[in-house]
Design a protein around this ligand. Structure first.
Ligand code: FAD
Length: 541
């Protein structure tokens, strides 16, 4: 069914971009095959990304990418992530080029690492939740009049719960493939021509899959740093940090992006001393400055320590742990720091290893991202790309939007993704979520604006549950009151943000939100009050 029969659409990669594109293509009546090398669907997100993390709460072209894809969307573009950490090792490039990073791995190792990555996001969501529950039981239950005699962490049980969640979710996607009649080929795909993909199947065979349209959805991989060898035991990537066998006494996180802070939170809640080393002067540089300051204070209250404007010179394993040599970003005296585990989380890089893009002449930029037009078409007719492998924020929901729009174009319909309105969420506690522009960005475009803020401390629901750290901040154009950006720090900011996303999508004013009746008592009322504060005055402060 998959071999020589010609498909309308062939998708290489079964992550959130690829599997969603496959289902949508089949729903649109297109004969579709999806090729995935891991043997499990869901990509980085489900296997080693969004979901796992949240269950523990705690090739290259000189051509510039399309401008609309480069829009800042609240999440650092890979270039920014690159800037955030510097490792100087005997004159080597500051950040390894993708092919250098991949050079040492076999295809099977890469496939394994990717499986872990896909699971990572599921694991991460899982681990964030579990570690949060532990932290609450230990520190907050008594406050609510709940006595527990002893609270202990069982790391293997926590990891088992996460693995179960990941397994159920990845199998669920396979079920959706069957339901929608998507052909699924388990194996490593590489281009033979713009309409043929050779697949080394995971059972050791080989097959050729033909398609009128081929979509590359091969995602991204952990960005390694020159001179640092990730062994996934003591020097770990986000993948290894999701599977540590015990709680490290001291964890050093290199890179203060959202993944580093989420992983730091997980292990910090479980008892690790967490130190975050960051080359830049700020954590999560793309976050609204005012919100970022409050966020950093909140993490510091949770005992996370920050060494900003600090360059990592080298990382070496010692007999019992890891030794880091550091120096100020601007240069100066070197210092050393010891840790049990070091997490390298300095960004991600597009993954196109072994695809043979060069054989068919697909253009990539200097970071290895496939260059596409607004219809996701590459320079080679019939070849498209979506998700982490093209410019834009490396987020699962963005990859999914790309996937749907791409196949809609292929089916002769109109697709649409608004890259200005991709929400960004940091799943710490409290969470930080944003959509639209930051105040700094609004200043840059020179529009006159108003800001309305409302603290969670004045919200009845947040007070009732004794979880009232944070704020809602709305930025609206002064003349028209049209909302330009919304930034929320709150326990469930990742859910609250979608009211704002919808408002921005419909071009709403702050008065539109303020005059919409919100149920009481809910944290959503904080959004309504912040909207009141933007165009008039709030009631409860
Ligand atoms: P991927 O998910 O990387 O999937 C690509 C797939 O292609 C992989 O399964 C891979 O095995 C397969 N593949 C690659 N090459 C080949 C080949 N030649 N042949 C066959 N198959 C191939 N995003 C969020 O939105 N929210 C989060 O909370 C979040 N948390 C994250 C936490 C972590 C720790 C990490 C690492 C990432 C997180 N992300 C999160 C980012 C998110 O995982 C990615 O943006 C998303 O998975 C990208 O989807 P994709 O389909 O483009 O690529």
């Amino acid at each position: 069914a998959t071999g020589s029969d010609e498909n309308d659409v062939v998708i290489i990669g079964g992550g959130p971009g690829g599997y969603v594109a496959a289902i949508k293509a089949a729903q649109l009546g297109l004969k579709t095959t999806c090729i995935e090398k891991r043997g499990t669907l869901g990509g980085t997100c489900l296997n080693v990304g969004c979901i796992p993390s949240k269950s523990q709460r705690p090739s290259h072209s000189e051509k510039e990418p399309e401008p609309e894809r480069m829009v800042e969307m609240g999440v650092p573009e890979p270039e920014e992530a690159e800037e955030s950490v510097q490792v100087e090792v005997s004159g080597a490039d500051r950040i390894a080029e993708p092919e250098q990073q991949m050079g040492n791995h076999s295809e099977q190792e890469e496939a394994d690492a990717d499986v872990v990555l896909m699971i990572y996001r599921v694991i991460m969501q899982a681990l964030l939740h579990s570690s949060h529950m532990y932290h609450e039981a230990k520190n907050s239950f008594a406050h609510h009049g709940i006595k527990v005699s002893s609270v202990e962490v069982d790391v293997p049980a926590m990891l088992a719960q996460k693995d179960k969640a990941v397994g159920n979710l990845t199998k669920g996607i396979e079920g959706l493939f069957k339901k929608n009649k998507v052909n699924y080929v388990k194996g490593y795909g590489k281009f033979l021509s713009p309409s043929e993909v050779s697949v080394d199947t995971i059972d050791g065979g080989n097959t050729t899959v033909k398609g009128k349209h081929i979509i590359v959805a091969t995602g991204s991989d952990v960005k390694s740093l020159p001179g640092i060898t990730i062994d996934e035991e003591r020097i770990v990537s986000s993948t290894g940090a999701l599977s540590l066998k015990e709680v490290p006494k001291r964890l050093i996180v290199i890179g203060a992006g959202y993944i580093g802070l989420e992983m730091g939170s997980v292990w910090g809640r479980l008892g690790s001393e967490v130190i975050v080393v960051e080359f830049a002067g700020d954590i999560v540089p793309s976050m609204d400055g005012e919100v970022r300051k409050q966020f950093q204070r909140s993490l510091e209250k949770q005992k996370m320590k920050f060494m900003l404007k600090t360059k990592v010179v080298s990382v070496d394993t010692t007999g019992s742990g890891v030794k880091l040599t550091l120096e100020p970003a601007a240069g100066g005296e070197q210092t050393t720091l010891e840790a049990d585990v070091v997490l390298v989380s300095a960004g991600r890089t597009p993954f196109t290893t072994g695809l043979q893009l060069e054989k068919i002449g697909v253009e990539t930029d200097k970071m290895g991202r496939i260059l596409v037009n607004e219809r996701f078409a590459s320079n080679v007719p019939g070849v498209y790309a979506i998700g982490d492998v093209i410019p834009g924020p490396m987020l699962a929901h963005k990859a999914e939007e790309d996937g749907v729009a791409c196949v809609e174009y292929i089916a002769g319909k109109e697709g649409h993704v608004d890259y200005e309105l991709v929400p960004g969420v940091v799943y710490t506690h409290p969470e930080v979520a944003s959509v639209g522009k930051t105040e700094e960005q609004v200043k840059t475009i020179g529009v006159e604006y108003r800001v309305g803020k409302f603290p969670l401390l004045a919200n009845s629901r947040a007070k009732a549950i004794d979880d009232a750290e944070g704020l809602v901040k709305i930025i609206a154009e002064k003349e028209s009151d049209k909302i330009l950006g919304v930034h929320i720090m709150a326990p469930n900011a990742g859910e609250l943000i979608h009211e704002a996303a919808l408002a921005l999508a419909y071009g709403a004013s702050s008065e539109d939100i303020a005059r919409t009746c919100h149920a009481h008592p809910t944290m959503s009322e904080a959004l309504k009050e912040a909207a009141m504060a933007t165009f008039d005055k709030p009631i409860h402060i």
